[in-house]
Ligand binder design. Structure first.
Ligand code: BGN
Length: 315
């Protein structure tokens, strides 16, 4: 019966075979299509993590020509210098027993540029300070000043320049007029925003005494050895003082008419005082009446020396 059953199924068997063949054919077709699709699409896709093209050492990149110069980006501006400077060390030992050799001073201050200019490398200085020193025949004092002050001013992270204003000739010395000249001449060189006026024989004994300007004029020589580490009187404004450009212009600079020793610093002090008599004269004696002649300018490695004819007192 079994056989009969098979015999009886003959026409159905051929149909099944045909169906199976069709299924196999379809499966093959589908696989081929799938393979073809996968192979084709992977050829279009980029490799997942491309290797950078190998580069031959070749010549260094050329500087941009005029056509593409505008595309060259300058580096980001340096950050502002921190306030206070982290380089400060505090109290200093100041003594004058050994003579100073300026070539040695140059060697230990390699970053000071010609004319006694310095700009911090890694940060933007908070102020641009011109140091103005009235001068005549005090070379030994000046050497000590340069020896001590250059390292201090660099630790204070100032953008600074040192201007020694040398009075020419043998006429009576005029300290305040020389300071006025220093203000005018330094501004011709650089856009200073602060002026520190210093006698050549004064050295700070602590580098936290910052040679910069404040919202009010400031007396920086707050105590002096020659006065027993005090000051002679409360209103004393001599020695070292700091005035911003605006403050200096506001008081019409310093008086030009104090020839010889003394008085000019008191006059300057009183320019800030509303009730003083100098408030009556300051507008007619100062920057607006300043006249002088620059005799020569010398750029030394550690300072700029401007020799100037300031005239003589009216006889
Ligand atoms: C004062 C001087 C100052 C000087 C101090 C300290 C005068 C004015 C007199 C009317 N003032 O007497 O210029 O800095 O002594 O030495 O001379």
């Amino acid at each position: 019966m079994k056989e009969a059953q098979g015999g009886a199924a003959l026409p159905g068997t051929s149909l099944q075979r045909a169906c199976r063949l069709l299924v196999v054919f379809c499966a093959l077709h589908l696989s081929a299509t799938l393979l073809y699709y996968l192979a084709g699409s992977s050829a279009l896709r980029p490799p997942r993590s491309p290797e950078p093209p190998a580069r031959s050492p070749g010549p260094p990149p050329r500087s941009p020509g005029p056509a593409n110069r505008s595309r060259a980006q300058p580096g980001p501006p340096p950050p502002d210098c921190p306030d206070p400077s982290p380089l400060l060390g505090g109290a200093l030992r100041v003594e004058f027993s050994q003579p100073v050799n300026l070539e040695e001073v140059e060697k230990i201050n390699p970053e000071v540029r010609e004319g006694g200019r310095y700009v911090p490398k890694d940060c933007k200085a908070l102020q641009k300070v011109a140091i103005i020193i009235p001068f005549r025949n005090r070379d030994e004092h000046l050497k000590y000043w340069l020896y001590y002050l250059h390292p201090i001013l660099q630790r204070q992270q100032l953008d600074y320049g040192v201007y020694v204003i040398n009075q020419d000739g043998e006429e009576t010395f005029n300290r305040a007029k020389l300071l006025n000249v220093g203000f005018e001449e330094a501004l011709k060189e650089y856009d200073y925003d602060c002026f520190v006026f210093s006698d050549v024989d004064l050295i700070p004994m602590d580098d936290r005494n910052i040679y910069k300007c404040y919202s009010q004029p400031r007396h920086l020589s707050v105590s002096m050895d020659k006065f027993g580490f005090r000051l002679p009187y409360n209103q004393y404004f001599g020695g070292v003082s700091a005035l911003s450009k605006e403050q200096f212009i506001k008081i019409n600079g310093f008086p030009n008419n104090y020839w010889g020793w003394g008085g000019e610093d008191d006059d300057i002090y009183n320019r800030f005082d509303r009730i003083a008599h100098t408030r009556e004269t300051m507008n007619s004696d100062g920057l607006n009446t300043l006249s002088y002649k620059v005799v020569k300018t010398d750029k030394y490695p550690l300072y700029t020396k401007i020799t100037v004819d300031v005239g003589s007192p009216k006889k």
